[in-house]
Design a protein around this ligand. Structure first.
Ligand code: CTP
Ligand code: C5P
Length: 340
């Protein structure tokens, strides 16, 4: 029974390997069922035992979940089969999970204990996104990368031109993406706040493809240079132009949601220009523009995309102290797969 005024504490748990906006959306819905959200993360050993080794370590997975704006607390080493003792230990009223069945290696429903005790609630799983899907997109890419050899450039050119015509939301690179974005979802993920006149506005731009711990550390540092962080996301054709191959793995709409789910981000510019323009600086009242220590590719005219903010003395290099890249994730996936 709920005592009046007592905040409702919600428990969620999972693997949260390669955290994506589907995970974020389940945590958003879970938080809405109460006031305080505690998320349990399974250990690397337990995940390996029940569904195969994770791509990211417990430390990395936990850090990613902690940065999701609806999460209040993260508990590492949560048991694979959720039990009442764990819920009680963290004062959680009930447990929330997506409407898909998860089982142990022995086929036991991981939520059978909390279900029996009537301390289990379900939220709708986000369709069109899963870790498996993201992994197959990456494998699709490497297959073309390896087998087409020096034909890569042709593939890339063809893709960009198709993308320019914007054939629905289906990116030719992320061929298996079935995610259908709606304005409703964007609104649900968005803060919906405007900067106060006294706020110091920080602007960063990039691909933010397969949002990862490197991005996260970068955004945390960039956000410390002000108090309203705007992230500009380049379109799929622009990202493909400077990254080549089958990048981006996640299409623009998916990247929007992943970045919006991050607690340091106040606003996202959907399809930001590659070079920071005077119009953009003025329109968003940008005080500081940040970029990480990763190399900056020149624009199509061979010019520095940060030339303007540098000239205005509003450019800062931020050290994320993290060397994770989207390419490294792809590498890890391949190694992880080869082991099986
Ligand atoms: N989840 C969701 N929508 C998705 C993917 C996951 O709502 N598209 C939810 C799951 O139902 C679960 C939570 O996210 O409640 C995190 O659990 P995890 O064990 O990491 O999810 P998986 O189902 O393994 O996610 P994936 O299939 O993407 O690996
Ligand atoms: O490569 P991408 O465009 O996604 O990077 C977005 C921003 O994150 C860039 O400013 C980049 O320098 C920064 N970053 C970082 N550390 C990493 C990865 C990215 O500072 N490990």
């Amino acid at each position: 029974e709920q005592v009046e005024n007592k905040p409702v504490r919600v428990w969620c748990d999972g693997c949260f390997d390669m955290v994506h906006f589907g995970h974020a959306n389940s945590l958003r819905q879970a938080k809405a069922l109460g006031h305080y959200l505690v998320v349990g993360i399974h250990t690397d050993e337990e995940i390996a035992k029940h569904k195969g080794p994770p791509v990211f370590t417990e430390e990395e997975r936990s850090k990613m979940v902690k940065a999701i704006k609806w999460v209040d607390e993260v508990v590492e080493g949560a048991p694979y089969v959720t039990n009442l003792e764990t819920l009680d230990q963290h004062n959680c009223d009930f447990c929330v999970h997506g409407d898909d069945i998860t089982v142990t290696a022995d086929g036991v429903d991981t939520y059978h204990l909390v279900k029996k005790a009537n301390r289990y609630k379900e939220v709708k799983r986000t369709e069109g996104i899963s870790t498996t899907d993201v992994v197959s997109r990456m494998l699709l890419m490497t297959r073309q990368h390896f087998y087409k050899g020096d034909k890569e450039y042709e593939v890339e050119k063809e893709h960009s031109s198709v993308m320019g015509q914007d054939k629905a939301a289906r990116s030719p690179w992320t061929g298996c993406s079935q995610f259908l974005p709606t304005t409703k979802k964007i609104i649900q993920f968005s803060e919906g706040i405007e900067p106060k006149p006294t706020d110091k506005v920080v602007y960063v731009a990039g691909a933010f493809d397969i949002f990862h711990v490197g991005h996260l550390d970068f955004l945390e540092k960039a956000h410390q240079h002000g108090n309203f962080l705007i992230v500009g996301l380049h379109t799929d054709p622009v990202v493909n132009q400077y990254k080549g191959l089958n990048y981006p793995i996640m299409n623009l709409h998916e990247r929007v949601l992943s970045v919006l789910a991050c607690k340091y981000v106040s606003e996202v510019v959907i399809g930001a220009p590659y070079s920071v323009t005077a119009d953009l600086m003025k329109h968003f009242h940008v005080d500081v523009v940040c970029h990480g220590k990763t190399p900056v590719k020149m624009d199509i005219n061979g010019e520095d995309p940060y030339a303007l903010p540098k000239l205005m003395n509003k450019f800062v290099i931020v050290d994320s102290e993290n060397n994770m890249t989207t390419e490294k994730i792809v590498e890890r996936i391949i190694i992880n797969r080869l082991e099986f």
